[in-house]
Design a protein around this ligand. Sequence first.
Ligand SMILES: [Zn+2]
Length: 471
Amino acid sequence: MFVSQASARSFRLFSSTVALIGPGLGFCEPLTLNTRGVARRRLGTQSATPSYTVNKERLWNSIHETAKWGATPDGGVRRLALTDNDKAVREWFISTTESLGCSVNVDEMGSVFATRPGTSSSLAPIGVGSHLDTQPAGGRYDGILGVQAGIEILQVLEENGHRTYAPITVIDWTSEEGARFNTGMVSSGVWSGRYTLDYAHAIPAVEEDESGKATLRSELERIGFLGKVPASYTANPLSAHFELHIEQGPVLEDEGKKVGIVTGVQSMGWLIVTVHGANQHSGTCPMDRRRCALTSAARMISRVEEIALTAEGLSTVGVINSWPQSPATVPHKVVFSVDLSHHSTKVRERMIADTHAEFARIAHANKCTVEIEDIWNSPAVQFHEDCIGCVREAAENTAGVENVKEMMAGAGHDSVHTADRCPTSMVFVPSKGGISHHPDEYSSPEQCALGAQVLLESVLRYDDRLKRNAL
Ligand SMILES: [Zn+2]
């Protein structure tokens, strides 16, 4: 995930490594749930799609062969956006898709669109997208599976000589993770109009030695991926967007389900909390005279967890710093982050309101004061019923009704932004132990292939609906 520049600045106050934590949605303005550009008309539901089968071994080998670009000794992948490793895998992506008959375009954000023509040249392509960049200590599947499955779809269509009605575009969205450039899902965000191109191009690279002056634009230029196609849903539109992704959580595995039909993305966001107390001598200041910012913060952290539990939401305090960092001094200042999520935007807003009220009460009771900054706020996103319907039919057909589960995504994905501008849905497959953003991330060959099969059938079903509705 990612943070916008403003939040990135805030987090650098905490620690130079915090800027490398995973994704977050941007927060410049609230996401709209169903906005301009999203087709309102429901497409017909009768489907007669051909049945092709993805090649499990080919998909598996491709995932692991390309892991060499950024491979780490522990089996993970470190492929930060627009580094030389990212450049290498992008070049592989282009040569592979060109060999499958695709024409390849790169947009102004460096996102790569590999398009296989359909029989209707006037129709915007059906997008199959995800990302090839990773977190600093990432795994082999997050994002990568979605792009690799898109390539596998191209392989299957090509070997079966199947010409779709709409063109199919497999997309590698630039810098989804927001790890090196601190705005997650930034290129799909520019494409959807959520961020301006100037804002995105100016995002500085977070380098380990903090010596660089590199920006997202300068790194695009350096690796030769500053494309000419406008990064815009109007100039480069999609008929729909489908994304296969690992779940990155334990729900499917725990419930013994094979496929997640993703109906939307939960509401999420971050607060930055600053507690002010007073510097006092630890050996001489009586307890009843203390204004300890850290004790206040500890009570707040405990309380926000209760708020989340009561609301059946999620809360995380992942960063905390205190000043002046002396064992013999009562801390006068503490800053910590609060991540709050809920599938309902309304309930999450209530969680935030409760947090404000309770933190003020706790601060007052401890003779402290508190400031709360709402630095990132992303309302829940509802995916499009037509795309969800295609994924549902494909999943039930492929895995069996008893093995699928409708669910909301807990993390941000590029599909959050495409959902603003075209019908969108996602497919999840289980993640072993729910582990992600870690070298131990794992989904089996069978799970990856099943996800790709559902993705293929979802795309063909949507294509069939487009065709029948055009007749
Ligand atoms: Zn991802």
